[in-house]
Design a protein. Structure first.
Length: 150
């Protein structure tokens, strides 16, 4: 576990995906929930759902990070959320990425133009970051999922 400094919405912890023999499979109900929930019963269970299979496509290239800060609020990412980050995915324009800039990690939406790269916050209280040649810059991975309490 690593602890890192702050840069807008930054990353406070990095946790690798732990693979184990056992998995937790939970029931996936075929009934759609609109304004209530049907009485759970075997007649409604379509199959068992393993969240690892659903959320983690590349286990050896996937890690979890905990967010600190408010720069990505308008993208639905809040302080305290856990991000599932996949290093096997190529960062494309408009992806939300974990970026390493001058010794700090941050989560931002990447904007890739012809000759410029920007890391854009999803909160008007923060300014975009233009990536320049002078910066120590790397993309650590693409955010695949956000986990937060409602």
């Amino acid at each position: 576990m690593f602890f890192l400094p702050k840069l807008g919405s930054s990353i406070s912890e990095i946790k690798p995906v732990k693979q184990s023999d056992g998995s937790v499979k939970l029931p996936l109900f075929i009934a759609r929930v609109q304004a209530g929930f049907p009485s759970p019963g075997d007649d409604y269970i379509e199959k068992n759902l393993d969240l690892n299979e659903l959320l983690i496509k590349h286990p050896s290239a996937t890690f979890f990070v905990k967010v600190e800060g408010d720069s990505m609020l308008d993208a639905g990412i809040k302080s305290g959320d856990i991000l599932i980050v996949d290093r096997a995915l190529e960062a494309k324009d408009k992806n939300i990425v974990i970026a390493f800039i001058n010794g700090e990690l941050t989560v931002k939406r990447i904007s890739i133009g012809d000759k410029k790269i920007f890391l854009n916050p999803a909160n008007d209280s923060f300014s975009p970051i233009e990536v320049t040649k002078e910066m120590d810059f790397d993309i650590w991975g693409v955010v695949a999922y956000v986990i937060h309490k409602v």
